[in-house]
Design a protein around this ligand. Structure first.
Ligand SMILES: Nc1ncnc2c1ncn2[C@@H]1O[C@H](COP(=O)(O)OP(=O)(O)OP(=O)(O)O)[C@@H](O)[C@H]1O
Ligand SMILES: [Mg+2]
Ligand SMILES: [Zn+2]
Length: 490
């Protein structure tokens, strides 16, 4: 039987787990002292080892040779757990067992001591999916757990777990793996599997996995099947639709030359090839990040250096910031090609940002030279009163002046419309509840809004999924209208 790489290479000992040193060290120390908690919470992104570590821990506390820092993996108990056959170690998927009845059943079972092992263990994956009633039932067990009972909760969204549960768990935060850590693991696998692939190609996979080792192993698997044992960088780009650096350089040149026509041509060409714009944008993020590093002098690149020198750090930061928000917004609109086009053209209108010190210096000399012309200048600087421009200024102001909590809420908002008096924004239900609980946020946002518009403007919230937004008022359609100065005809 063919075993997928991710399963075949699932670590069976703490020692073989990549990264997560802080988690492993703490767990091993506790095991050495035979200190076992009743509830653990493993929080962290997808595919970084939560379930893997939960299984190793289950074996380490139950191994026939006694509680130890590593399971033996040989005794019948260890083997049963590895193969998922143990009657005393259950893995439950929180997403498909969300309800009160399931937790009640679990509670009844929990009161029978383990049949063969020291501890009865419930590993509940995606535990944040449980309903409120199910959490309450769970809490009752956690308040007075039988001595032999252990829960290991795993979740990618710890903020969705009630604090009453959280406070009864020993929490471990798993982190995304670094590209190097992923690379090392992939390297070992390709050696053992005798897959022909060079280091640059492996690095490309490691990078694309974005911290998830499971995703990286999955990609290697897929490529191996597709290419039949010999994988090149070109195959990877083809299979995953990744652009090469030349494309990004072309786009940057067009931006630097403020050349809309060239941008449009590149986009049309890619659109015909049916590329995945999310992928292209993630590539752009990497590219601008590299450009920033070259500009800061912490990375070397002969090709990029002259480009980086044409921009100052603030301008590169501005561009990087724009492509990051583009990546997020792409997931929300169906007009992806149009959105990428608008955003790249906006980049080509990058502002002539001058550093604050230079501004002050300039102002000083101006004031000395011709003091009476100063007023004129200010009057000319009337700000644009459009959705896009108001939104950009508001965003900038809030990012600069607000504390993380307010910034966090603000970053999840999306502008819908603006008519000079009311700014309508889209908001998720969750964030809307947060606003409802503490109205200082809304007040703050409106204060900033007054400052950037120079007049009283109200903010109106449209809760996602609760209200229909007419297409002509849709963010992207408005943006295109504004950018191209056109009208929607039907
Ligand atoms: N830290 C790691 N060290 C070694 N291999 C890992 C690691 N993390 C993940 N893997 C590989 O990825 C596979 C899946 O990992 P695991 O199931 O532990 O992820 P997870 O964090 O539970 O993800 P999810 O939240 O999606 O359930 C493992 O079988 C293993 O091959
Ligand atoms: Mg898991
Ligand atoms: Zn054992």
């Amino acid at each position: 039987m063919y075993l997928v790489l991710a399963r075949k290479y699932r670590p069976q000992r703490f020692e073989d787990v990549r990264g997560q040193e802080h988690v492993i060290r703490t767990l091993k120390n506790a095991l050495r002292d035979k200190k076992v908690a009743h509830a653990y919470l493993f929080a962290g992104p997808r595919g970084v080892g939560k379930t893997t570590v939960a299984r190793i821990l289950s074996k380490a506390v139950n191994c026939e040779h006694g509680i130890s820092q590593e399971p033996c993996n040989e005794c019948s108990i260890c083997r049963e757990i590895t193969e998922g056959r143990s009657v005393d170690v259950a893995e439950i998927d929180g997403a498909s067992h969300r309800g009160i009845d399931e937790v009640r059943g679990l509670r009844e079972n929990a009161f029978y001591p383990p049949a063969r092992t020291r501890y009865k263990i419930y590993i509940i994956d995606e535990v944040h999916m449980l309903t409120k009633e199910a959490f309450n039932a769970l809490l009752k067990i956690l308040e007075e757990p039988p001595s032999y009972l252990i829960f290991i909760f795993a979740t990618t969204e710890p903020h969705r777990i009630p604090s009453t549960i959280l406070s009864r768990c020993q929490r471990f935060d798993f982190r995304r793996l670094t590209t190097d850590e992923i690379f090392t693991q992939l390297y070992e696998i390709k050696e053992k599997e005798k897959i022909e692939i060079d280091d640059d190609a492996l690095k490309l996979i490691a990078k694309r996995a974005d911290g998830s080792l499971r995703d990286a192993e999955g990609m290697l698997d897929q490529l191996n099947t597709y290419c039949g044992g010999k994988i090149t960088e070109k195959d990877i780009r083809e299979v995953f639709g990744i652009m090469d650096e030349k494309f990004y350089l072309d786009v940057l040149n067009a931006i630097l030359d403020r050349d809309d026509k060239k941008i449009a041509e590149r986009i049309t060409e890619l659109s015909r090839r049916g590329v995945d714009w999310g992928e292209v944008t993630r590539g752009l993020i990497d590219f601008f990040e590299k450009l920033l590093h070259v500009r800061l002098g912490i990375e070397e690149d002969e090709l990029l250096k002259p480009k980086a020198e044409r921009l100052n750090e603030d301008q590169i930061l501005y561009m990087l910031n724009q492509v990051i928000s583009l990546e997020r917004r792409l997931k929300q609109v169906p007009y992806t090609t149009a959105l990428v086009q608008v955003e790249l053209m906006k980049l080509a209108r990058y502002p002539e940002i001058t550093r604050i010190e230079e501004l002050i210096a300039k102002e000083k000399t101006q004031r000395m030279e011709k003091p009476e012309e100063k007023k004129e200048e200010i009057r000319e600087e009337v700000k644009e009163d459009t959705l896009l421009s108001v939104w950009e200024r508001l965003k900038e102001r809030i990012e600069k002046n607000e504390r993380p909590a307010a910034r966090n809420i603000f970053s999840s908002l999306h502008p819908i419309s603006y008519d000079g008096r009311v700014l309508r924004v889209k908001i998720t239900e969750e964030k809307f509840t947060m606003l409802g609980m503490d109205e200082t946020f809304t007040r703050k946002f409106e204060e900033h809004l007054r400052a950037v518009c120079g007049k009283e403007v109200k903010m109106e919230f449209v809760v996602e999924g609760k209200e229909f937004v007419p297409l002509v008022e849709h963010e992207i359609v408005k943006m295109i209208k504004e950018e191209l100065d056109g009208e929607v005809v039907h």
